[in-house]
Design a protein around this ligand. Structure first.
Ligand code: 13P
Length: 245
């Protein structure tokens, strides 16, 4: 899978223009292609891309089912737009909006209950990597937010390893660093479920992945694609990354 995360970029007009470019040019991708857009773009973009190989994701959803939560958008609302995926647990949500592993488990539960496929993000900050604690951090994130689900539910979840120090910094993880962590993540899935579930889990790499370094990252056996920020905002760059998969 190659998934874009537009973050808080593009007006509705700019977003639909980018979606139109992708619609016209992404024809027979050899991987699942997803774009994560701001909430207000979802209905328009999902309608435009219906029946094409480009699938649509929200970047977040509420941790509550419905009701008096002003400004929030529920998983059911996201699904009603035609979006099929939902990014959950991005480090920017964890860092700036204080989303804890417990809150994120609830978001995953509601996404699954409403027919959305979560793209669940995990990853350590710079200080944790420097202290050699990256495996412990990622294990705790998985244990507290997604390993409680049944194997059937877990099969709907895509994991995205995004080392926080690599996001938007140009400091891409080396292919060896990515492979090492992805293999570790797959071993955890194996230990918590079984080998078949682990084999079938899609584990994306994210963090300064671009059209120049995507091929060597994706060449690793446990790197199943990418979650792309900045480079997903330009059609040509995003399409080059899709072609690198
Ligand atoms: P960049 O590709 O801009 O580093 O962002 C990665 C990311 O956070 C995707 O979710």
């Amino acid at each position: 899978m190659v998934a874009g995360n537009w973050k808080m970029n593009k007006t509705l007009q700019e977003g639909t223009a980018l979606a139109a470019e992708l619609k016209n040019n992404v024809k027979n991708p050899t991987c699942e292609v997803v774009i994560g857009t701001p909430f207000i773009h979802l209905a328009t973009v999902a309608e435009m891309l219906k029946g094409t190989p480009v699938h649509v994701a929200a970047e977040n959803c509420a941790d509550k089912e419905s009701g008096a939560f002003t400004g929030e958008v529920s998983a059911a609302m996201v699904r009603s737009t035609g979006a099929e995926y939902c990014i959950i647990g991005h480090s920017e949500r964890r860092q700036y909006y204080h989303e804890t592993n417990d809150i994120l488990r609830e978001k995953v539960r509601l996404a699954l209950a409403n027919g959305l496929k979560p793209i669940f993000c995990i990853g350590e900050v710079k200080e944790e990597r420097e202290a050699g604690r990256q495996n412990d951090v990622v294990r705790k994130q998985l244990e507290e937010s997604v390993f409680c689900f049944t194997a059937e539910e877990f099969a709907q979840i895509t994991l995205a390893y995004e080392p926080v120090w690599a996001i938007g910094t140009g400091l891409t993880a080396t292919p060896a660093q990515a492979q090492e962590m992805h293999a570790y993540i797959r071993s955890l899935v194996n230990a918590n479920y079984n080998a078949a579930v682990a084999d079938n889990t899609t584990i994306l790499y994210g963090g300064s992945c671009n059209e120049k370094n995507a091929a060597e990252l994706f060449a690793n056996p446990d790197v199943d694609g990418g979650l792309i920020g900045g480079a997903s905002l330009v059609a040509d760059k995003f399409m080059a990354i899709i072609n690198a998969r």
